[in-house]
Design a protein. Structure first.
Length: 144
């Protein structure tokens, strides 16, 4: 009996058949918008907080943002379906994903004045501080 070894560089029929990238193309794999919770950057200056979430592939209508009891909730839902038809095959792909992030707001912010903008895959929220919470500039006076 002879043992036949397959080269590791030569794919088998089954690896080709079940290879998602070859079967559906790389664009199908890139549509996995919600593999994990979207990354968030939070910055603070004298007048406001800024929250930025990296959520590519969305549209502004996909987001639901609200403030209740000093808790900011950001959620999104994305549904996508794609069909192609050819003489020899039919291909239909669908995708569904969602996320929800919550942030507890400090008492120093004016929650009713929060503004949001979605641009180039980044959701940007500006959370202004209340006037009484803004740090006053300390000026040192030199005595001559």
């Amino acid at each position: 009996m002879t043992l036949i070894k397959r080269s590791p560089n030569m794919p088998s029929f089954f690896s080709d058949f079940f290879d998602m990238e070859r079967t559906f193309g790389t664009d199908f794999m890139e549509k996995d918008f919600f593999k994990s919770m979207p990354a968030a950057n939070i910055t603070e200056d004298i007048n406001q907080f800024k929250v930025e979430l990296a959520v590519p592939g969305m549209s502004k209508n996909d987001f639901h943002i609200n403030v209740e009891n000093d808790v900011l909730t950001i959620s999104a839902e994305k549904k996508e379906e794609k069909s192609e038809r050819d003489e020899k095959f039919t291909r239909k792909e669908f995708y569904y994903g969602s996320f929800e992030r919550t942030f507890t707001l400090p008492n120093s912010v004016a929650g009713e004045k929060i503004e949001g903008k979605y641009e180039n895959g980044i959701l940007k929220l500006v959370i202004p501080k209340k006037e009484e919470a803004k740090k006053k500039l300390v000026k040192e006076i030199k005595v001559s």
